[in-house]
Ligand binder design. Structure first.
Ligand SMILES: *Cc1c(COP(=O)(O)O)cnc(C)c1O
Length: 396
């Protein structure tokens, strides 16, 4: 089938959920994607901060082939070797003691919400409320949509799951006011990703940690976007000199393979049989891929590259800041946002796509840059060249 025939079938067969460009992606390697017409795209979106090792890295291919020839799924009723190796690796490199694996970020957050409610039921006289932040994002299941602080979602799929209180981000007094005898946890992203790359202040997070301790409530970090090296440390909580009680991971942890995890401390190893599970929890294929991805990040010193390349991108953006009137450049590591002077980020993203560059616009005036963690200076030079041309065109 040629591209036109495929597009025609796509428009007839796939349930409509979002507007997509008339492009069919076919192949990926490293920093590049190719569509069915052979057009090449430099990928600074990384599958939404997912393809941390670039497209089709050899380590993932080998893990898929090797584990795929050995054992794909033996049911969640049994342990398997890659599961044990991967869980052991994650507890070695983090401050946590226990891991629960799922397939998607939203599911990992559901697990965190359930664990917090379980804790509330057992230790806090049935407290079940979770304080989350305005502009935060936690996923698209009903409970995680309810946890999400997106204004446009407020009325969607009513009635919402009760028990979520939204407070402004980076505002400790708002949390102090919201916390009460029904609170079992505070849940937030250390850097709001979908919300436009808003970085939590160090003071705020430290005070939040103390506040949670004083009230005996849990602190949950949604590190689905920030975890696994994205911000220049393996986990973003390391920037804050604190440890949350629960952390969720997804996106980068599978390098593009659907995989997620919830990590917690030994004291919170409190689920009882029947409380939590899932057909695809602990499945060997995903475990082997995740293990290979994390091993590669550690072994190839990719965190150092994240810091060097993140600085280089910010430097490059600062170089054209005045020319194009950027209002702000912010972020950490390779999670970077640029505020444009007007609400034309979507137009800029579309023009970049036309010119073979993938970027993202989480807000009408904000561009988000989140390339694979293996990005090089040459890639950034190329990205800036295309962006420069587009901004000139859009402004002119
Ligand atoms: C992407 C994302 C999620 C949802 O993950 P899915 O895998 O899409 O379910 C949740 N929280 C944050 C911070 C995210 O960036």
């Amino acid at each position: 089938m040629d591209t036109n025939e495929l597009m025609e079938k796509a428009n007839k067969s796939i349930l409509y959920t979002s507007k997509k460009p008339d492009i069919i992606m076919q192949k990926g390697k490293g920093m590049y994607l190719w569509d069915t017409e052979g057009k090449k795209y430099l990928d600074f979106m990384g599958g939404w901060a997912v393809t941390c090792l670039g497209h089709c890295p050899d380590v993932m291919k080998e893990a898929l082939i090797n584990q795929g020839s050995e054992l794909i799924n033996a049911s969640p009723a049994f342990y398997n070797t890659p599961l044990i190796k991967f869980a052991d690796l994650l507890i070695q490199i983090s401050a946590f003691d226990r891991v629960f694996f799922t397939s998607t970020g939203a599911e990992a957050n559901e697990g965190a919400i359930k664990l917090a409610r379980k804790y509330g039921a057992k230790k806090l006289n049935g407290a079940y409320e979770i304080i989350t932040t305005i502009n935060g994002f936690h996923g698209r299941t009903l409970a995680t949509m309810s946890a999400t602080g997106k204004k446009v979602w407020e009325k969607l799929y009513a009635p919402k799951i009760p028990g979520f209180i939204h407070v402004p981000f980076n505002d400790i007094d708002a949390v102090k006011k919201a916390i009460n005898k029904n609170t079992c946890a505070v849940m937030l992203e250390p850097i709001q990703g979908e919300g436009g790359v808003n970085v939590a202040n160090v003071e705020y997070i430290k005070e939040l940690r103390s506040l949670c301790d004083q009230n005996g409530v849990l602190l949950i970090f949604d590190e689905i976007q920030t975890g696994i090296g994205r911000t220049g440390k393996m986990f973003a909580y390391e920037h804050y000199d604190i440890v949350p009680d629960i952390m969720t991971l997804a996106k980068g942890i599978g390098g593009g393979y659907p995989l997620a995890a919830m990590l917690t401390r030994e004291e919170l190893n409190i689920f009882e049989p029947g409380d939590q599970g899932g057909t695809y929890t602990n499945q060997p294929l995903g475990m082997a891929v995740g293990y290979a991805v994390v091993k590669e990040i550690l072994g190839k010193n990719i965190l150092e590259n994240v810091n060097i390349q993140g600085d280089y991108i910010v430097e490059g953006l600062n170089g054209i800041k005045n020319e194009f009137g950027f209002k702000d450049i912010r972020g950490k590591g390779l999670l970077i946002a640029v505020d444009l002077p007007c609400d034309n980020a979507v137009q800029v993203v579309n023009e970049c796509l036309e010119d073979g560059l993938l970027l993202n616009a989480p807000k009408p005036h904000t561009l988000r840059i989140m390339p694979p963690l293996i990005v090089s200076k040459e890639d950034t030079d190329e990205m800036l060249k295309i962006l420069n041309g587009v901004l000139k065109k859009v402004a002119g």
